[in-house]
Design a protein around this ligand. Structure first.
Ligand SMILES: [Zn+2]
Length: 349
């Protein structure tokens, strides 16, 4: 998550896995992949960090930058018969602070290498400046799409405070989409899956039919397609939900039996879950389309129609959800954005 992005706005009731979650984590552990649920101060709850008992001894994500989280991480690693100082490689799944905040501390203590997908490197290495630039982008976007100025100001304050749970890290081992990351006992194929964030990366163990998916696919909530600023200097903002659905479609094609997510329980039938997500987003887009057919509205008005009074901390999340679906509708030629004096409303075509 970004500082502002405490949790998904769209909880959906989920099918239960056929096996109990504990058994599924146990089967991952039997393959040397151990889940450590590390506390976060955010609404999303604990974050799943994974210790891969292999050579190099590998940690996938590290948790947010807090003393409590660090203590639990250290104890969890010790409970598995290792010391934090034994970690040799830390892999970052994506740029959100609940996953990367402790990376640099762990890497420094353990003299570990740090791996992340190449597109994440500038963000991870320049965390503060990048986070500030994201906040500036978010402010402009919120004002343009009807979020009241006092809400925007309050959210910026919250976001600045949240930034303390992140921290920069040096990436010593940049990864590339499609490459194979070989440990002694396993090979993990690296796949870039942007959408939830621009840097989401999944790690596929083809032999064990296991996927470390972080926040790309979660069982209990739909992942937010958070809007982020363009990195290529273009004026067009990336269409996060459109990208996300493309990424999900690619994951749907993968042959995996077990998906280990960044929050919550493991997933055994990823295709059914992804199909549910496709249905959810299609329905939400249709609902938004009906609202716009009644009359043109700003994205913020649509968010209020969908979710009622929105907590300050949810303002950017909900705006990202709505704009994501408006992007889908626009690419289908069903809505268009009308901008006047820097303010946008959406109208039917
Ligand atoms: Zn995330």
């Amino acid at each position: 998550m970004r500082g502002l992005a405490a949790a998904s706005v769209s909880s959906t009731v989920e099918r239960r896995a056929t096996s109990a979650p504990d058994d599924l984590f146990a089967s991952a552990a039997a393959a040397g992949v151990h889940r450590l649920a590390i506390p976060t101060p955010f609404a999303v709850g604990r974050v799943n960090v994974y210790l891969i008992d292999d050579e190099p001894l590998t940690l996938v994500d590290a948790g947010p930058n807090s003393g409590t989280s660090f203590d639990e991480l250290q104890r969890g690693i010790e409970g598995l018969g290792h010391a934090l100082e034994d970690i040799e490689l830390v892999i970052i799944t994506h740029q959100h602070i609940d996953h990367l905040g402790l990376v640099s501390l762990v890497a420094a203590r353990a003299a570990a290498a740090v791996a992340a997908i190449d597109v994440a490197v500038p963000f991870v290495e320049n965390f503060s400046a990048e986070a500030q630039a994201d906040d500036d982008f978010a402010r402009e976007l919120m004002l343009r799409h009807g979020v009241p100025a006092d809400v925007v100001a309050a959210l910026q304050t919250v976001s600045q405070a949240f930034r303390a749970w992140g921290a920069r890290a040096d990436v010593t081992r940049p990864l590339h989409d499609g490459e194979a990351l070989a440990l002694r006992d396993r090979t993990m194929h690296v796949h870039h899956r942007p959408g939830h964030s621009p840097t989401d990366t999944v790690f596929h163990d083809q032999d064990r039919r296991m996927l470390l998916a972080a926040d790309h696919l979660l069982a209990h909530i739909s992942s937010n397609p958070l809007l982020t600023r363009p990195r290529d200097g273009s004026a067009q903002r990336p269409k996060a939900l459109v990208q996300y659905l493309e990424s999900l479609a690619a994951t749907r094609e993968m042959d995996v039996d077990l998906v280990l997510p960044g929050h919550g329980e493991p997933i055994t039938n990823h295709r059914a879950l992804i199909d549910q997500r496709f249905t959810l987003h299609r329905r939400r887009a249709d609902k938004i389309h009906r609202l716009i057919e009644q009359r043109p509205r700003s994205a913020y008005e649509i968010a209020q129609e969908l979710w009622g009074d929105i907590a300050v901390t949810q303002a950017y999340l909900t705006l990202s959800e709505v704009l994501g679906h408006l992007d889908l509708l626009a690419s289908d030629g069903r809505v268009r954005e009308l901008t006047e004096a820097g303010a946008s409303v959406w109208a039917p075509t």
